[in-house]
Design a protein around this ligand. Structure first.
Ligand SMILES: N=c1c2ncn([C@@H]3O[C@H](COP(=O)(O)OP(=O)(O)OP(=O)(O)O)[C@@H](O)[C@H]3O)c2ncn1[C@@H]1O[C@H](COP(=O)(O)O)[C@@H](O)[C@H]1O
Length: 144
């Protein structure tokens, strides 16, 4: 179900299932599971595990190691597949599916970043650098 080919079937299932229940938070975002750890802690823990698997995991016992053994192009392909599935879930207005697919997406991005020698600290630094800079203003500065 997670491959690109059956996407139409998956989209139909997602549409049939309809919107999932979600708890609306004061920020306007939706939490499906209360009392979860901060995202930074979750990403750091995942990154540490992924790095350990890339360094010393075996394909037989580790999905990360088995994916890495197929090379960066395969990791990138999986990331692309998960991106498409995330879009499908979003358009199906199924929050549970969207959270699951977005998690798959973030997981595979973590693997790709780590395999390329990057970690979430680099992304955090770039987000921090961009903080408060309007996208419109940044684009206008680029064009002038
Ligand atoms: N978060 C995840 C995670 N999310 C998704 N997946 C796996 O990602 C794979 C992708 O899904 P697919 O259905 O597309 O996989 P597939 O059909 O086997 O893919 P291909 O045949 O196309 O390669 C599935 O095997 C999922 O189980 C994950 N595998 C691992 N993790 C984390 O990574 C850690 C290390 O995992 P291992 O390397 O397996 O020990 C785990 O402890 C988790 O924290």
């Amino acid at each position: 179900m997670r491959h690109l080919l059956p996407i139409a079937r998956r989209a139909a299932l997602l549409c049939r299932d309809g919107a999932a229940n979600g708890r609306i938070m004061s920020s306007g975002t939706t939490s499906l599971t209360p009392d979860t750890p901060p995202i930074g802690a979750a990403l750091s823990r995942l990154e540490a595990t992924v790095r350990e698997r890339l360094d010393s995991g075996t394909a037989a016992s580790s999905y990360v190691a088995s994916l890495a053994a197929k090379g960066p192009a395969k990791i990138a392909q999986k990331l692309g597949e998960e991106a498409v599935e995330t879009v499908i879930a979003a358009l199906a207005e199924d929050r549970t599916a969207l959270a699951g697919e977005a998690t798959d997406l973030v997981f595979h991005l973590t693997v790709l970043l780590a395999e390329r020698g990057l970690g979430w600290d680099a992304i955090a630094a770039e987000l921090d650098r961009r903080d408060g800079v309007s996208g419109h203003a940044e684009k206008a500065a680029r064009q002038s």
